[in-house]
Write a protein that binds this ligand. Sequence first.
Ligand SMILES: [Zn+2]
Length: 368
Amino acid sequence: MAIENDLVAHPAMLVLARESRGWTQADLVAAMSKLDGGNRISQGYVSRSEAGRLAVRGDRLALFAAALHYTPKMLCSASELRGVGVGLIHHRKRASLGMTDLRRVHAVLACTRWQVDALTEALHPRCDHRFRPVEVTDIDSPQDAADTVREEWGVASGPIKDLVGLLEDAGALVVVRDLQTAALDAVSQWPPQGTPLFLLNSAAPGDRFRFSLAHELGHVVMHTRPGDAKQQEREADLFASQFLMPADVIIDDLQQGVDLPKLLALKDRWGTSMAALIRRAYSLSIIKEWQYRNLMVEMSALGYRTREPGQVPRETPQHVAQVVTRLARQQNLDTAQAANLAGLDPEEFHEIYLCVPSSDAPWDSAHP
Ligand SMILES: [Zn+2]
């Protein structure tokens, strides 16, 4: 591939690109050497390139790009200009998630922002959104924050049928991908002057997916500064519960009795797991602690803590697909050209953004 000579790789993008593939420098050296007809690339070379101690351009840039499956242009982008890697990152994850996976997911998040921004900017330079920080104080609880967001966005009372659509309408970027770990459901980031981005694991069932997205929404609006991690997790869960299952409406449903058949029907109506509904009933004092425990024991005995009955359809983001359609209509770009704008090869672009995988794998619902 011929590359313009003035293109020089940005060291931080080289690191991000490699980490997004979950590769060590040695993995990248192996991939590059294989592509370069067995000419051995040294690890020292990769390491110096990533440290910015030598300039990567021309054939070597093409080799990095081919090995990493990103375009040379992406590797040369001044990442900080796009808010990549800027702003607090929030999660819904388990303690078992290791540092290596966490670094990989953060790199995927940064690359996702670059990809979606590059596409969207080709259509319109500024992206407006309706997100506003909502502070939690001694007087205003996470539940109040959830009510505030519902009110500001004009959400009708009762269940939210299309949570992803609601967030996309408010201007958020929502991307669903196989994050290659069961220990993480979602990450989110709202950089200053940027658009909130939510990256969700496609491996989760629909009900869990929705709760994770609402949890991340809570983080993004309430937690604009770092704070006590455990407290922020609790607050994000309280926000998610109230946002998806507002007390004033769900109370009537739960007061008609809380048993497994009723929970299954409520799961269908509210799009939340039976376990989340049981926790909701307990937190609203509709059931006592012993009833809560009994229900959870019953759920365990039936294997429902791993795989609940009843399927909540997994929601699919529309924004990127719509951008691709509009690029085709307004600028005559085909999917391969759109992929190129997003810095990806067409197969991967299609896989990530145009056909979101779904999974039916057993999923331990014991968290949080
Ligand atoms: Zn969280």
